[in-house]
Design a protein around this ligand. Structure first.
Ligand code: SAM
Length: 172
């Protein structure tokens, strides 16, 4: 019976997240190599933030390139999995948080998003607003979705790279 309730709780948690953002589907390692080597060359100078970080695969691939990587994830089951899988990666940090309420750390240089079409405009606006608040340019990598009204600076495979500057006016 305990197993039933445990399973029920997990299903409810995964289901609830859908009301706040994209459901869990992990990025693929091969695709991430394209993003971090060809689209935006990640290095030790970078601090990457993954909004909706899932099992942390993006964070670990970023850390392999010596970047600091911070993930915000709403699903506590995935936060625990991410922390376990990343335990040997001191550059990786996974936080339990709803990204709509998160303020990006001032050191952030690049934001990674694997969201869904419903949210992409709002997510891009959030990052553009954070660029203004932090008074710095932020790179924004979107996996699979273009941001309506914004022109990507580069495209590789299914990835789109945008740059949000502090002076940018709202287009999206
Ligand atoms: C498509 S998955 C991408 C996971 C990871 N970024 C990757 O590329 O492998 C989207 C993730 O966002 C999480 N998520 C959805 N809404 C969220 C919210 N409001 N705050 C934090 N995480 C959220 C989901 O639980 C899910 O793990």
């Amino acid at each position: 019976m305990t197993w039933f309730w445990l399973l029920f709780a997990v299903v409810v948690i995964f289901g609830f997240v859908v009301f706040r953002g994209a459901p869990y589907v992990p990025s693929r390692k091969k695709e991430l190599a394209k993003a971090f080597d060809e689209l935006y060359r990640l290095s030790a100078k970078d601090v990457l933030v993954d909004i909706g970080s899932g099992d942390g695969i993006v964070l670990r691939e970023a850390a392999k390139r010596q970047a600091r990587a911070i993930g915000y994830e709403l699903n506590p089951v995935l936060v625990v999995i991410s922390q376990m899988l990343s335990r040997r990666q001191p550059l990786v940090e996974t936080c339990l948080a709803d990204f709509w309420f998160v303020r990006l750390p001032p050191e952030t240089t690049v934001v990674y998003v694997f969201g869904e079409s419903r949210d992409i405009t709002k997510m891009a606006k959030k990052v553009a607003d954070e660029a203004k608040r932090l008074k710095k340019t932020l790179a924004f990598i979107s996996y699979g979705f273009v941001v309506p009204g914004q022109t990507p600076v580069k495209k590789v495979g299914a990835y789109y790279l945008y740059r949000f500057t502090p002076l940018q006016t709202d287009e999206a």
